[in-house]
Write a protein that binds this ligand. Structure first.
Ligand code: PMT
Length: 404
């Protein structure tokens, strides 16, 4: 089931071809996309391109005898979670601002209750015209959001503001807007999630420790997504720099040993375990009781011992219908290493992230993941962690369906 339905409006500018890539990335992020085009947009990209890739009729003119839906502007506009316009010309911005409804896209804008996100692209002079800026100000005060155009070389060979923002940023802002609005589906009702979150701290002495950069953003996003979809959620949180969502039970744990104990105590009650925490693999073998003095020492050797493998133990003690999901933080050969973790630890699902990539891994608001099961690998583009969490919940839901 698609998590979000997006109405993509394409208008007549040279950047119209980029709307195809926006559509593809939204589809990869799990969205269902329906496309509407203005007549002039079809001069730049054929409706057939979008029809082939969305498998549905692309509406240009709702009076067209080939249009299968006689009241398309109402049905289209009321079935979407977001109306996204890429690229938006000065003309469509002016029409939206003044309420003109003389074609399918403008009628859809008026008939829709969904949030609207507009990515303009035009010549700098047109962008800077007081009329265009007035229309934009009007739309902003009507609640419309914009993906600002950037400075760059334009089709007319001039350099200035008016270039369509990068496809990745348009997609990210669309997904951010959708995830901020949340979802009303309760397809995980009845599931009890146990999720580890954040980093652990392994004491060297009372004032020093070994830790990592985990902020807790990914794990808390998992907790929020599962709770929003009706699951009962318990989080075992190590050290985090962000606040947990309100709707979940939080048990705090500092070290890997604390986290291990809390997880084992809670496990009998769980139906889904998700290991999103960055648990230290090693801890000092003998933490000092008093602060270690540095006087007279040029080097300090610490002996480290392995911490309990929480995820491995959960998988090996798997009870009943427990689904076990691990994360894999890798810096190279990400999918290969993640698949070997899935097989060695007998996990049901692994979420692999390349923590060396910008926009992914530790402390970022976004992540770039592949979701692996024994039979499948799904690769996703950069997405807000909350959207990644929804994709992981989708995989859990599908896996539960296959267990039946
Ligand atoms: O918290 P953020 O700043 O948002 O960052 C998110 C994240 C990068 C921490 C997250 O996306 C992530 O990848 N979490 C797993 C990090 C990790 O420790 O990966 P790993 O490949 O070393 O471990 C594999 C799995 O074993 C993980 O599910 C981990 O929770 C688990 N593990 C590891 C060691 C251990 N002793 N016990 C465990 O349960």
């Amino acid at each position: 089931m698609a998590r979000y339905k997006i109405g993509l409006g394409v208008t007549g500018g040279i950047a119209a071809y980029k709307a195809v890539e926006v559509m593809r990335q939204l589809q990869k992020a799990g969205c269902e996309v329906r496309v509407a085009m203005t007549r002039h947009a079809t001069e730049f990209v054929r409706p057939l391109t979008f029809r082939a890739l969305t498998d549905s009729h692309v509406i240009v003119d709702d009076y067209d005898p080939e249009n299968p839906d006689p009241i398309a502007h109402i049905n289209f506009s009321q079935g979407i979670d977001l109306l996204l316009i890429v690229p938006a010309t000065a003309n469509i911005i002016a029409k939206f601002a003044s309420g003109v409804a003389d074609d399918f896209l403008t009628s859809t804008y008026l008939a829709s209750m969904a949030p609207v996100l507009i990515a303009p692209a035009m010549n700098t002079t047109m962008w800077e015209q007081p009329a265009t800026q007035r229309n934009i100000a009007q739309l902003r005060s009507d609640g419309v959001k914009f993906v600002e155009p950037v400075v760059g070389e334009l089709a007319c060979k001039t350099v200035g503001t008016g270039k369509l923002e990068d496809v990745e940023n348009i997609v990210r802002q669309a997904l951010d807007l959708l995830s901020a609005r949340g979802t009303t589906s309760t397809d995980l009702a009845g599931e009890r999630f146990l999720i580890t979150v954040g980093g652990t701290r392994e004491a060297i002495d009372p004032v020093r420790f070994i830790s990592n950069h985990s902020s807790g953003k990914m794990g808390f996003a998992m907790a929020e997504a599962a709770a929003a979809r009706g699951a009962d959620v318990t989080v075992v949180a190590g050290v985090t720099s962000v606040e947990p969502p309100n709707s979940v039970k939080v048990i705090r744990a500092v070290s890997a040993a604390d986290m291990h104990k809390a997880v084992m105590d809670e496990l009998p009650n769980a139906t889904v375990f998700v290991g999103a925490a960055a648990v230290a693999d090693y801890a000092p073998a003998n933490a000092a009781d008093a602060k270690i003095k540095k006087d007279g020492r040029d080097t300090l050797t610490l002996e480290l011992k392995k911490t309990p493998d929480i995820l491995g133990e959960v998988a090996s003690k798997r009870h009943g219908r427990l689904i076990v999901v691990g994360f894999a933080a890798e810096t190279n050969d990400v999918v290969e290493f993640a698949r070997s973790k899935l097989e060695k630890k007998k996990l049901d699902i692994v979420v692999a992230n390349d923590v060396s990539k910008p926009g992914a891994g530790f402390n970022a608001d976004t992540n770039i993941v592949s979701i692996l099961t024994a039979s499948d690998t799904e690769d996703f583009p950069v997405m807000p962690k909350r959207v990644v969490a929804d994709r992981v919940c989708d995989a859990i839901k599908r896996f539960r369906g296959e267990l039946k």
